[in-house]
Design a protein around this ligand. Structure first.
Ligand code: MV4
Length: 597
């Protein structure tokens, strides 16, 4: 077994891996960027090395710097977590060359699964069912037209060969939309993966996203740990995951488990991996393989009792898997909610910022995987995930009630997160009936009901107002009261009652973004940018009439395209942005004046 591992990641997954290392008696090494000097994963590690400035390209993606830190620390192995370098075959190969163990599959397996057309071809040859479509790249729109006419039909999914996780994925409902879809998928493929190659699949109308966790060792053992359902997604970002999948029974589980282990064996896989697929009317189709530990691995850990991260480390050290397929038992039901710094009511706009007070839920069946504490900063530079809240209970209904209880206990001060979204969604009939909830997540009116309360407009002009909570006792009975008004100095209360949210020392004036309503809206006509980035597209002209929710601009930040939509209907009276320009968080994107008042 290794004695020291370097974790080439940050946030909750870095902490998660360190926990596994500690239990295995392995020393831990963190790496960090200048933005993460005070981060939890850095404090937690046995030792830590600065990589460089905040941008990932100069820190968490800088292969040479990471290898240098491995050498300085004397670590024998590197765990990449997910994201960053986790599915970078040249990183795995570079480590191998330097005599360092990569905790993950062989570079050849990463490579084989990295090209989605190659993966489809391999899987088809191995007898794994794939979504009907092409296994060869489609060179031109004319070629695409021919194949669709002959075999696939409409609607059709156009996907980037270098893609995955929904990046570079467009749908053409009919022939008139094919050019847009084809060019869009190729453009995104080129931008994200440096590969404009696309392929085609039959578009399935309302499938479930069902994925199978696999583990493989270097002794020829390949097992599966059952499936997860990840159908609740937004812009291909998973929001809620659960295990087992509500639509999968014992027979189907055995069938898709076999598909998954055969897929892994076909690429000589080792370590932890996931076969992602679509389930439609009892039919299962291979979509892609994630050659790493996934965000949502925790729900599988909860229902199997197996520590997937520890198994991955054992396998990398040459040890056999600690369990056999026939010993595996599934028990109960687990749900995971991703707690992102996002405002669901504003179309899931990123809402980076600092965490004020912070308290994690606890109690039976509750697990929190986080990498933050009071005072942590959620930077717009990295993933907006603050934490994962995972619960276990004997069945889905009770797990749902437990999740609602735990969400209620979770206190993340001063940051806008998806917690209200999760609370609302888990209370719907759609969730109760185990529907995919796509209609809800795309329903703007429903999302708007999740708006965060605004602390505003009670005081006189120019005077700042805040919302504060107090506990008071009236005739010996406790009441929680909310006071909205001018800030009260803590001393002014004369000790009668103290605000019980944040201690006075940590209270601060709201930042500009909070005063304007938080994530790109504000109360008035101004549509402010919720994030810092580059204007990729301006979709309206000055003077144009827009509907509420209409696309105004696309802003690229961290290679993600963020659609900025009109926060109200009206006429674009000012548009101080241009394609290629940089915008800061809070900058005006457009001013939308009302037409009738
Ligand atoms: C699809 C699809 C329909 N037909 N492919 C790909 C990445 C993953 N994030 C979702 N993906 C989809 N691929 C074909 N040929 C529909 C989706 C999809 C989806 C699937 C199941 C549950 C929720 C979904 C939400 C968006 C897209």
């Amino acid at each position: 077994m290794f004695t020291k591992i370097l974790i080439a990641n940050r946030g909750e997954i870095a902490v998660r891996i360190m926990r596994a290392c500690e239990e295995l008696g392995i020393e831990t090494v963190a790496v960090y960027s200048e933005l993460d000097r005070d981060a939890v994963h850095v404090k937690r590690a046995g030792e830590a090395y600065l990589l460089g400035p905040g941008p990932a390209s100069e820190s968490y993606l800088a292969i040479e710097k990471i290898i240098d830190a491995v050498k300085r620390s004397g670590a024998q192995a590197v765990h990449p977590g997910y994201g960053f370098l986790a599915e970078n075959a040249s990183f795995a190969a570079a480590l191998e060359e330097a005599g360092i163990t990569f905790i993950g599959p062989p570079a050849s397996a990463i490579e084989a699964m990295g090209s989605k057309t190659r993966a489809r071809e391999l899987m088809a040859k191995a007898g794994v069912p794939i979504v009907p479509g092409t296994t060869e790249p489609v060179a031109s729109i004319e070629d695409a037209r021919k194949v669709i006419e002959k075999t696939i039909g409409y609607p059709v999914a156009v996907k980037a060969a270098g893609g995955g996780g929904g990046k570079g994925f467009r749908v053409a409902l009919d022939e008139s939309k094919l050019q847009d879809a084809f060019e869009g998928a190729a453009r995104e493929g080129e931008k994200f993966f440096g590969d404009a190659t696309v392929y085609l699949e039959r578009y399935l109308p309302d499938p479930r996203h069902v994925e199978v966790q696999v583990l493989a060792d270097t002794h020829g053992n390949v097992i599966h740990l059952g499936e997860r359902d990840c159908s609740v997604q937004r812009r291909h970002q998973k929001l809620i995951e659960e295990a087992p999948a509500p639509a999968v029974g014992e027979e189907l589980r055995a069938r898709i488990g076999k598909i998954a282990t055969e897929a892994a064996a076909a690429v000589n896989y080792t370590g932890a991996g996931t076969i992602e697929g679509l389930l439609q009317d009892g039919e299962y189709f291979f979509l892609e393989m994630n050659t790493r530990v996934q965000v949502e691995h925790c729900v599988t850990e909860m229902v199997t009792g197996i520590d997937i991260v520890k198994e991955g480390i054992r396998v990398a050290a040459g040890e056999p898997l600690s369990i056999a397929q026939e010993d595996l038992q599934l028990r109960g039901h687990a749900i995971e909610c991703r707690i992102n710094a996002e405002d669901a009511s504003k179309n899931f706009a990123p809402a980076p910022g600092a965490i004020g007070s912070y308290r994690e839920p606890a109690g039976p069946g509750v697990r929190v995987d986080s990498g933050v504490e009071a005072g942590s900063e959620i930077s717009p530079m990295y993933d907006p995930m603050v934490a994962k809240l995972i619960v276990w209970d004997v069945d889905r209904e009770q797990a749902t009630a437990r999740m609602l209880r735990a969400l209620g206990e979770y206190e993340i001060g001063e940051l806008k997160t998806l917690m209200p979204f999760h609370q609302a969604l888990l209370r719907t009939r759609q969730w109760h009936d185990a529907e995919t909830c796509r209609d809800l997540i795309e329903d703007r009116d429903w999302l708007k009901t999740l708006a965060f309360p605004k602390a505003e407009a009670a005081g006189a002009e120019g005077e700042e107002t805040v919302e504060q909570s107090y506990t008071v006792e009236v005739s010996g009975k406790r009441f929680d009261v909310k006071v909205i008004g001018a800030p009260i100095a803590p001393g002014a209360l004369n000790g009668a009652a103290a605000p019980h949210e944040a201690p006075p020392a940590t209270r601060r004036a709201p930042r500009r973004s909070e005063r304007s309503g938080g994530g790109g809206g504000g109360g008035g006509d101004t549509l402010a940018s919720p994030l810092q980035g580059t204007v990729l597209k301006v979709a309206v002209e000055q003077g144009a009439a827009v509907e509420e929710g209409a696309l105004v601009a696309v802003i690229e930040a961290m290679k993600m395209e963020n659609e900025i939509t009109a926060h109200k209907a009206g006429v674009v009276s000012d548009l101080p942005i241009a394609v290629g320009a940089s915008v800061a968080s809070g900058d005006t994107i457009a001013v939308i004046s009302s037409t009738s008042d």
